[in-house]
Design a protein around this ligand. Structure first.
Ligand code: IPM
Ligand code: MG
Length: 366
């Protein structure tokens, strides 16, 4: 009997269902041609969940996610739900952050690479960007996003004071540092850790801890520390010099969008968010796999959303959740061939529809 992988699909809002539909086609096709069985269950998250249940992520969705082998997410939110004001932590107002915290998926892998057929679509000169291939490892369950206390208060003079704190414990930094070093070992063996240890206490602990884990457990992996501001400059100036970039929750959020410019469109970017570090050959569950882009309300329903960010997230699912690295590589090469043929959605300057791009990728999938 073929091994069966259970996938929970949470399409979300606006273009979410369109791109998740494309991702599932690739998932099912690639599994079948490789003798794997997948069982897909669908669920609600984001506004789609709000409309039915009055919450952005139900306990039931969480339970299903906990027991799945992998979760495929589209995108959540948009103007229809922007007016909803809920007091409390962001886990109440954002279904995805609830999923992240409850599943403790602290290891966010956000890869970005340049694609030859898209070199002319980036803001960089081709010779600067050609060959760039960066994996941002973002700590995803701590730091300033979740530090307590947070809130607002009215001061005696009538002003508002708003505050949050950036906090990390040693073990939180240790586990994400290991995730970065493990990732570097399966890539080009170089970690750049970014922080503001010149001004932040959490940055000092970050730098000390990453150094110690590197020296004690990963002496074979190159490690450099950069201050986060200079790191952004260097990443734009010479992106090809970077392999794994390790960052806390906030800096990782910023840097992963910024290096996204290397790919040619936000629609090209996949991600995987995992509950542990990823060692080659091991199946990790439950990971959440999702494109980095948002819900794109302006183009929703037109069938022109770029499905590639989601399809590459499915590739990551094969690699990290199912330990089938070779299938991940074949999906990536099918994407590359499709780009080379010039079958491009409008965000990439083409006129192809979501379905056409997906069909072409399926055609190239061996
Ligand atoms: C991301 C997003 C989220 C974040 C938002 C939507 C809460 O920007 O996944 O990068 O800040 O983590
Ligand atoms: Mg972000």
């Amino acid at each position: 009997m073929a091994e069966t992988f259970n996938v929970l699909a949470l399409a979300g809002d606006y273009v979410g269902p369109e791109v998740v539909g494309a991702g599932l086609e690739v998932l099912v096709h690639a599994a079948k041609t490789n003798g794997l069985a997948v069982a897909v269950e669908e669920g609600l998250i984001g506004g789609a969940s709000w409309d039915v249940h009055g919450t952005f992520c139900t306990d039931e969705t969480l339970e299903k996610a906990r027991h799945a082998d992998a979760v495929l997410v589209g995108a959540v939110g948009g103007p229809k739900w922007d007016h909803i004001k809920i007091d409390g932590p962001i886990t109440e107002t954002d279904g995805l952050t609830r999923l992240r915290v409850e599943l403790d998926i602290y290891n966010a892998l956000r890869p970005v690479r340049s694609w030859k057929p898209l070199l002319g679509r980036t803001p960089y000169r081709p010779e600067v960007v050609d060959g760039a291939d960066i994996m941002v490892i973002r700590e995803n369950c701590g730091g300033i996003y979740y530090g307590e206390p947070r809130g607002q208060e009215t001061l005696a003079d009538g002003q508002q004071r708003a505050f949050e704190i950036s906090e990390y414990t040693t073990s939180e930094v240790e586990r994400i540092a290991r995730a970065a070093f493990e990732e570097a070992r399966r890539r080009r063996n170089q970690v750049t850790s970014i922080d503001k240890s010149n001004v932040m206490e959490s940055g000092k602990l970050w730098r000390e801890t990453v150094s110690r884990i590197g020296a004690d457990e990963y002496p074979d992996v190159g490690l450099q520390h950069l201050l986060a501001d200079y790191a952004l400059y260097a990443l734009v100036d010479r992106p090809r010099d970077f392999d794994v970039v390790l960052a806390d929750n906030l800096f990782g959020d910023l840097v992963s969008d910024m290096v996204g410019t290397l790919a040619g469109s936000l629609g090209m970017l996949p991600s995987a968010t995992l509950p542990r570090d990823a060692r080659p050959g091991e199946k990790i569950k439950p990971g959440v796999f999702e494109p980095s882009h948002g819900t794109a309300p302006d183009i929703a329903g037109q069938g022109i959303a770029n499905p590639i960010g989601t399809i590459l997230s499915v590739a990551m699912m094969f690699e990290y959740a199912f330990a089938r690295q070779h299938i991940a590589r074949s999906i990536e090469s099918a994407v590359e061939q499709t780009l080379e043929e010039g079958i491009l959605t409008p965000d990439l300057g083409g006129a192809a529809r979501t379905a056409e791009v997906t069909a072409r990728i399926l055609h190239h999938l061996v």
